[in-house]
Design a protein around this ligand. Structure first.
Ligand code: PMP
Length: 444
């Protein structure tokens, strides 16, 4: 397996030579919050798969739901006017669950990048129906991540996610990330930073022309960019700006949905009602690929009265509403609610935050720690004053050190990313902290 992994799979983020020198982990089994690799080593998965395995690796109700659905109906299309029982039930559950955010209908996709793509397309189509075809542009935040499709890559706010794929969508522009550790204003006060970033958004909108902008997209907590937690109130200010200019707001909840931040959505945490929400990842806790784009009543109504764009095949994936995925989603949602994973994310998140602050005191290489619920970023720097980012070798050495200590971490740029399963216990939090401590000590 180790040999054929390098030989047969194209790994876009690990060079074959690197992989031969340092064989990557090949994961063979999972149980609870742990995974076991091909060498039989068991690791606490502090990444929760890829921000998605909220319920851990041995959730029997999801496994049973998948098995039962496979027996009943393994596939039928869910977008060409046909539906299946599970897709209707999950859509109902999602719109009920996200009613406080104003969500009224669900459209199913195959994952997060699809959900973003569908939301961007829906935004343009909405304005076409409304007779405002000039509203085609998109506004997003620097450091944001919205997937790998061309639309998503265009609204991504990190050069690394964009530069090899240009030209991207025209008419996409970015406002500064509301990031206290690094921002163009050198502002460390969160409330003042929120105001400055909101003013920069306003400025860009005025420059572009408000009536040319279809939608603004943001992650309530910017995940892949390094777990950047916007100041309290920023998302609300952004909503007010969108309202003032008639711009649709898309909350990309692919990571933040389903309890990760300690609330059922990042929008709810911020007291904001977006026009659309994009979901994926934890929707099935990683047990089946599935995503959803949710829309509010205003957009649903426009489509109901639509005579202009109706019937165009701009939406619809073969696996939209996949019955097995939807059955997994129904079970995952029920378990997430039953186990009150939002509450556990708050309680364990507090313990994790304390541990991270202590690591920052103990290790000078830690420049900043950021967290919300059970998502956290640890930014490593070679020097605290200059904030120079730690290099790739250091990042790999820290992750390897943590791995030696039995904890799986993810590296993103000069950040260590944590998004453990939400079923985490207090003992698991302590184990994660020990693992990171061991990793950081390894580069001292
Ligand atoms: N949006 C956000 C906020 C994400 O974090 C991701 C994936 N990390 C995506 C979209 C894309 O999701 P997927 O990888 O399922 O296509």
């Amino acid at each position: 397996l180790i040999e054929n992994n390098a030989k047969s799979i194209w790994h876009p983020m690990a060079h074959p030579a690197e992989m031969r020198a340092n064989p990557p982990k090949i994961i063979m089994k999972g149980e609870g919050v742990h995974v076991t690799d091909v060498n039989g080593r068991t690791l606490l998965d502090a990444v929760g798969g890829l921000w998605n395995v909220n319920l851990g690796y041995s959730c029997d109700p999801i496994k049973k739901a998948i098995a039962d659905q496979l027996d009943a109906l393994p596939y039928y299309s869910g977008f060409r006017g046909t539906s299946t029982g599970p897709s209707i039930e999950l859509a109902y559950e999602l719109t009920e669950w996200f009613k406080p955010e104003g969500m009224a209908r669900a459209f199913f996709t195959s994952g997060g990048s699809d959900s973003v793509e569908s939301a961007l397309r829906l935004a343009r189509q909405y304005w076409k129906i409304k007779g405002q075809s000039d509203r085609t542009k998109f506004l997003a935040l620097k450091k944001g991540y919205h997937g790998t499709h061309f639309g998503g890559a265009s609204v991504n706010g990190n050069a690394n996610f964009r530069r090899n794929y240009e030209p991207l969508l025209p008419g996409v522009f970015h406002a500064p990330a509301p990031w206290t550790y690094r921002n163009p204003f050198n502002e460390t006060d969160p409330a003042r930073l929120a105001q400055l970033c909101a003013a920069a958004m306003e400025d860009e909108i005025a420059f572009q022309g408000a009536d040319t902008i279809a939608a603004f997209i943001m992650e309530p907590v910017l995940g892949a960019g390094g777990v950047i937690v916007p100041p309290d109130g920023f998302m609300k200010l952004a909503r007010e700006i969108c309202d003032r200019h008639g711009i649709l707001m898309i909350s990309d909840e692919v990571v933040t949905g389903f309890g990760r931040t300690g609330a059922w959505s990042g929008a709810r945490l911020s007291g904001v009602k977006p026009d659309m929400m994009t979901l994926a990842k934890a929707i099935t806790s990683g047990y089946f690929p599935l995503g959803a784009t949710l829309i509010n009543e205003k957009i649903a109504e426009a489509f109901e009265g639509d005579q202009t764009t109706f019937g165009s095949i701009g939406h619809g994936y073969t696996y939209s509403g996949h019955p097995v995925g939807c059955a997994a989603g129904i079970a995952a949602l029920a378990e997430t609610k039953r186990l009150k994973l939002d509450e556990n994310a708050v309680a364990r998140g507090k313990e994790l935050a304390l541990a991270l602050e202590q690591l920052k005191v103990r290790h000078a290489i830690v420049g900043d720690v950021r967290y919300k619920g059970l998502m956290a970023g640890i930014e490593l720097v070679s020097d605290r004053d200059s904030k120079k980012a730690a290099d790739k070798k250091t990042m790999a050495a820290v992750a390897d050190g943590a791995c030696e200590a039995g904890v799986m971490l993810r590296v993103s740029g000069n950040n260590l990313i944590l998004s453990p399963p939400l079923i985490l216990t207090t003992a698991d939090v302590a184990k994660i902290a020990e693992g990171i401590d061991a990793g950081l000590s390894a580069v001292k």
